[in-house]
Design a protein around this ligand. Structure first.
Ligand SMILES: [Zn+2]
Length: 214
């Protein structure tokens, strides 16, 4: 009789402990849920296309991987402005130095805003492998993103968010806008090259950023 009472007490204690463990798990999973959802919404916000400079990858037929083609604005910000155009100034000749300079116009007056441009995120515009060069001239802290068809260049960065040799996908954060190398203020010098007839051929990045009417 006494043994049965002890067994009953042990069984009751085990039942209570099990219930506590279960309620702890529920609290934990309830806490983790919203955090996971928050992370997903941040990721979605980062992947959202820019409003002013929207790019659309060009379909190139059967088996074509659109992620390999540069598309969209590497700053992914609606208030992006071009501070130096393609093939002019230090971007001439275009076959060698072809690029566009991008900065942010945070206050919307149509001019670049240095305070709002410093250290802003720069995103890969296509899939490829990263090559980093620190403190080079004239490109400063520089990133190439290269695949077998396309290569994009991101110059004058304040810092890197990727490591040398890393594979990145479209929209991945790769670095931050700076003014390193031959640069008079914070901006991103952005280049696009295509592999054609056995060599890299410079392209106007605007052709890849803006696909109006498509
Ligand atoms: Zn430039």
């Amino acid at each position: 009789m006494r043994n049965i009472a002890i067994i009953l007490i042990i069984a009751l204690a085990a039942f209570v402990l099990l219930g506590m463990a279960n309620s702890n798990r529920r609290v934990l999973s309830g806490w983790r849920g919203p955090v996971g959802a928050g992370e997903a919404s941040v990721a979605n916000a980062a992947a959202a296309p820019a409003q002013a400079l929207v790019g659309v990858a060009q379909p190139q037929g059967r088996g074509f991987d659109a992620a390999l083609v540069p598309s969209g604005n590497p700053l992914r910000a609606a208030h992006t402005v071009i501070t130096q155009g393609y093939g002019v100034g230090t971007h001439a000749p275009a076959s060698v130095w072809g690029a566009i300079d991008l900065a942010l116009d945070s206050d919307g007056d149509g001019k670049a805003d240095p305070e709002g441009t410093w250290n802003q995120p720069v995103y890969a515009t296509h899939a490829g492998r990263v090559t980093l060069t620190r403190e080079s001239w004239p490109a400063g802290n520089h990133i190439w993103v290269t695949n077998e068809q396309y290569r994009t260049g991101y110059a004058h960065l304040a810092g890197f968010a990727v490591s040398d040799g890393q594979w990145v996908n479209p929209g991945d954060l790769i670095g931050y806008i700076g003014s390193t190398g031959m640069s008079s203020g914070p901006h991103l010098d952005y280049q696009v090259w295509v592999w054609r007839d056995g060599r890299w051929v410079n392209q106007n990045p605007l052709d890849y950023i803006q696909r109006m009417g498509e």
